[in-house]
Design a protein around this ligand. Structure first.
Ligand SMILES: Nc1nc2c(ncn2[C@@H]2O[C@H](COP(=O)(O)OP(=O)(O)OP(=O)(O)O)[C@@H](O)[C@H]2O)c(=O)[nH]1
Length: 397
C-alpha cells in the first residue's frame, strides 16, 4: 500500500491448479486448432451488424461503415484477446433453419435492432431467435443491441428503447408464461460513441472464465496504489476485459477509450522508434521533450510467454528508448486535471494484447512512481499467468 505496509500477496500469487478457472461450455475447435468461444451476431438487413464487427475488431472508422456491402453469407471472424473468439456475422434474412449450425454451439447471441424499428418484423424475428436459443441452451447469454441510438434525441431514445423492451417481453409472455424467466440484456449502442465498446465489454465479461481472478488482481492493484479506478483493456478493440470493484462511470470509461485510441494511432511511429531502439545507441542522445511515454524492461526477460511487440502503444514524444532485446513493456501517462490535487491517467502494457489503464492521484504518481511500477510488475505477472492457463486450456497444451 502507498500508506502503511505493502501487501502484494494477491498480485503475485500463482493460482494453484485446483483454483484455476474452469472453461465454460459452448466452445469449439476452429480451423487453427484453437478452441474458440462463439458469438452469433443477428438482426435485420441494415441493422448495423457488420458495422459493429468492423468498428470493434477491424478498426474501421465509424463513418466508413456507410460503404459496407450487404452480407450475403455467414462470415466467421476470429479475434484473439484474453479468450479466442469466433464471431458469426449473419445476413439479415437468416433463420434458425438456415443458420447451418445448432444454436447450442453459441455462448452468446447478440441481436442488433435499429432503434427506430418499432415494427412487427424485427420484433418477431428477435422473439423467434430468443425462443429457439433458449430452448437449445437456457444458459446462453441473450443480448439485444438497440443500435444507432445517437440518431434520436435523449427523450425519444429512452422512449423507443423502453417500447422495444416492452414489446419483446409481451410477445414472449404471449407465447408461454415460462419465457418470463428468460434473462435478456438490452443495451443502447452506436458506432459513433463509446456506448458500443461499453456494451460489448459487458457481453465479453460473461464469457471470460477467469474474470474473478482478473478482478481480484485489479482490486489489489487499486488498493496498493491508491487508484480510484483501473481497467484491463484489450488494446486493439478497446474493450475492457475486467475492472476493479468500484462502479464504472461512462465518463471515465470514455476517457480511457480515447486515450487508448490516441496511443494506438501513434503505433506506427512507435514501431519505427522501437526498431531504432534495437540499433546501437547514438553517441548523442535524442532531444528530450516532456516525456509522457516510456518503454520499460519487464521483470522476467527469460519468460517465453512475455510480449515482444510494441506496436500501437506510444505517444509521439517518447524519449527514453533504450536498446531492447526481446522484451518491451511500454508505458505512458497523461495528466487529467493539472490543478492540485490532480489526477493522472496511466497506461502500462501487460501482455501483447492487454493493457492496464489506471487513474491515480497525481501526487501518488509523481511521488511514489517506483511503488506504482512495482505494483504493475506483480499485476503483470498475475495476468500473464492467467492468460497462459487460458491458452493452455484452449490449445490442449
Ligand atoms: N447512424 C448510425 N448508422 C449506423 C450505425 N451502425 C451502422 N450504421 C449504418 O447502417 C448501415 C448498415 O450497416 P451494416 O453494418 O451494413 O448493417 P448490416 O446489419 O450488416 O446489414 P446487412 O449486411 O444488410 O445484413 C450503414 O450505412 C452504416 O453506416 C450507428 O451506430 N449509427
Amino acid at each position: 500500500m502507498v500508506n502503511g505496509p505493502p501487501s502484494y500477496a494477491a498480485t503475485s500469487t500463482t493460482l494453484p491448479r485446483t483454483q484455476r478457472p474452469p472453461l465454460n461450455g459452448h466452445k469449439s475447435l476452429s480451423g487453427d486448432g484453437v478452441t474458440r468461444t462463439k458469438i452469433l451476431l443477428l438482426g435485420l438487413r441494415r441493422a448495423g451488424k457488420t458495422s459493429i464487427q468492423q468498428v470493434l475488431f477491424n478498426n474501421l472508422p465509424p463513418k466508413q461503415t456507410f460503404y459496407l456491402e450487404t452480407t450475403m453469407r455467414i462470415v466467421k471472424h476470429t479475434f484473439d484477446t484474453v479468450i479466442p473468439l469466433e464471431i458469426w456475422d449473419c445476413p439479415g434474412n437468416i433463420t434458425v433453419e438456415t443458420l447451418g449450425a445448432p444454436l447450442s454451439q453459441f455462448a452468446t447471441m447478440i441481436f442488433v435492432i435499429d432503434i427506430r424499428d418499432l415494427y412487427n418484423q424485427p420484433i418477431s424475428k428477435l422473439v423467434e431467435f430468443i425462443v429457439a436459443a433458449y430452448q437449445a441452451n437456457p444458459d446462453m447469454s441473450l443480448e439485444v443491441f438497440v443500435h444507432k441510438a445517437e440518431k434520436l434525441q435523449e427523450d425519444d431514445k429512452i422512449e423507443n428503447f423502453r417500447q422495444i423492451h416492452e414489446r419483446v417481453s409481451d410477445r414472449l409472455l404471449d407465447i408461454a408464461p415460462e419465457y418470463e424467466q428468460v434473462q435478456l440484456n438490452f443495451h443502447l449502442t452506436s458506432v459513433y460513441d463509446h456506448s458500443l465498446h461499453e456494451a460489448f465489454s459487458k457481453v465479453l465479461h460473461k464469457l471470460v472464465d477467469s474474470l474473478p481472478y482478473l478482478e481480484d488482481l485489479l482490486n489489489v492493484f487499486c488498493a496498493n496504489s491508491q487508484s480510484p479506478k483501473a481497467f484491463l483493456f484489450d488494446t486493439t478493440s478497446r474493450l475492457y476485459i475486467a475492472t476493479d470493484a468500484s462502479p464504472v462511470d461512462s465518463a471515465t470509461f470514455n476517457l480511457c477509450c480515447d486515450y487508448l485510441q490516441m496511443l494506438n494511432s501513434f503505433g506506427t511511429l512507435y514501431k519505427s522508434a522501437a526498431a531504432d531502439a534495437r540499433r546501437p545507441l547514438p553517441t548523442t542522445p535524442p532531444p528530450s521533450a516532456s516525456s509522457t511515454s516510456s518503454p520499460s524492461r519487464g521483470p522476467t526477460a527469460s519468460d517465453p510467454g512475455t510480449p515482444t511487440g510494441t506496436e500501437g502503444t506510444s505517444t509521439p514524444n517518447a524519449t527514453t528508448l533504450r536498446p531492447s532485446r526481446d522484451l518491451f513493456y511500454p508505458s505512458a501517462s497523461t495528466s487529467l486535471h493539472p490543478s492540485t490535487p490532480g489526477t493522472t491517467l496511466t497506461y502500462h502494457l501487460i501482455t501483447p494484447q492487454l493493457a492496464l489503464l489506471a487513474l491515480l492521484p497525481t501526487s501518488v504518481y509523481e511521488g511514489r512512481r517506483g511503488l506504482i511500477e512495482f505494483n504493475v510488475v506483480f499485476f503483470r505477472e498475475g495476468v500473464q499467468e492467467i492468460s497462459q492457463v487460458e491458452k493452455e486450456a484452449r490449445t490442449g497444451g
